[in-house]
Design a protein around this ligand. Structure first.
Ligand SMILES: [Zn+2]
Length: 339
């Protein structure tokens, strides 16, 4: 063990004692896209004993520009990301146990997923899952590390229930469907993934070795293209916060209605957002234009992605043709419309 981890043990803040703590830790990685793949690689090389990796998607060629764990062969075989990550980590560090879970994170499984984990690190691409994880972690007193990146900018924050503000203290409500850019509409460059993941993983290692005084205690915002690095110092948790103040776990208890998905006709699925919105179709279409051909009128936007025709209406409802698999349709919606 000492040889493999010798340079990390020499780093005084970790040392032999810290390394032993890492080897005895279990971390849940929620989502194994770009951020999650980067977290998985760094945490496995650092010697975190057990990684539980949950992801619902398959590897695609468009992932390979930034999702460092995956290879062309994974995309050709349409390997589930969690399974491909497990295989690759076995090559990187065979001492790490990987629990690969191919699943959609939802209110029925999120609490069992966090069970037994020392901390949770965010690698997801959608807000609904983050609000669910926030509810589950606040309810169960688990630390989680929020992270998000798109285009050349990203954000991260470490949430220790009872000590720091939670996600809903800062961002009270989830953004409306279709209102935020996604990596599949606005693009993303790998350096922002590496930067946000580096901050998240460093926070994870500090927590696992018990060096809480070194945490950055802020909402950190990074733009690697415009060279802006901001840290907004965080105050105490908001006593009026629904989640950590009043302990009302709306997402966990499904009081906030989830996205509904219904089969409509042959080979098509309709996805509807939890609350009606009034999408600005023109600005949505202009975000899409660079990535895919778009047809648009005042009622809808229609575009094609990966063999699927997506029709998006003004109320943010979408019909996705070319599949009768609800999970696949939800994934396309999250990527191209954004949740
Ligand atoms: Zn809160």
């Amino acid at each position: 063990m000492n040889e493999r981890y010798s340079r990390q043990i020499l780093f005084r803040e970790i040392g032999l004692e810290g390394q032993e703590k890492l080897l005895n830790s279990r971390v849940l990685i929620v989502g194994c896209g770009a951020l999650g793949a980067s977290h998985s690689e760094m945490l496995s090389r650092a010697g975190v004993g057990t990684l539980r990796i949950v992801d619902r998607d398959f590897v695609e060629f468009t992932n390979l520009q930034r999702q460092t764990l995956f290879k062309e062969e994974d995309a050709e075989q349409r390997m589930p990301k969690a399974a491909a990550a497990k295989k690759r980590i076995a090559d990187i560090n065979s001492e790490v146990a990987v629990e690969a879970i191919v699943a959609d994170v939802n209110n029925s499984n999120v609490e069992s997923l966090i069970q037994g984990c020392d901390l949770i690190i965010d690698g997801t691409d959608n807000f609904l899952v983050r609000y669910l994880v926030n509810d589950a972690c606040v309810k169960n007193g688990k630390t989680w590390i929020y992270g998000a990146a798109v285009s050349s900018y990203g954000t991260t924050m470490t949430i220790i229930p009872g000590r720091t503000p939670c996600l809903r203290c800062i961002f009270e409500d989830m953004p409306d469907a279709g209102s935020s850019p996604t990596c599949d509409t606005s693009g993303v460059i790998m350096p922002i993934i590496a930067s946000v993941s580096a901050v998240q993983v460093t926070e994870a290692i500090k927590l696992l070795v018990g060096d809480d005084t070194a945490l950055h205690c802020s909402l950190m915002q990074i733009d690697v293209w415009s060279n802006d690095w901001h840290r907004i110092k965080l105050a105490s948790p908001n006593p009026d916060c629904k989640c950590c103040g009043h302990r009302e776990f709306e997402f966990l208890n499904a009081e906030v209605q989830e996205f509904s998905a219904v089969l409509c006709g042959r080979n098509a699925v309709q996805i509807a957002p939890p609350r009606p919105t009034d999408l600005d179709l023109a600005s949505f279409a202009s975000r899409l234009n660079s990535s895919t051909p778009v047809k648009q009128n005042e009622y809808l936007v229609r575009f094609e992605v990966a063999g699927h025709e997506v029709t998006l209406f003004k109320d943010a409802r979408a019909i996705i043709k070319g599949t009768d698999d609800v999970a696949a349709a939800r994934s396309i919606y999250a990527k191209y419309v954004g949740t």
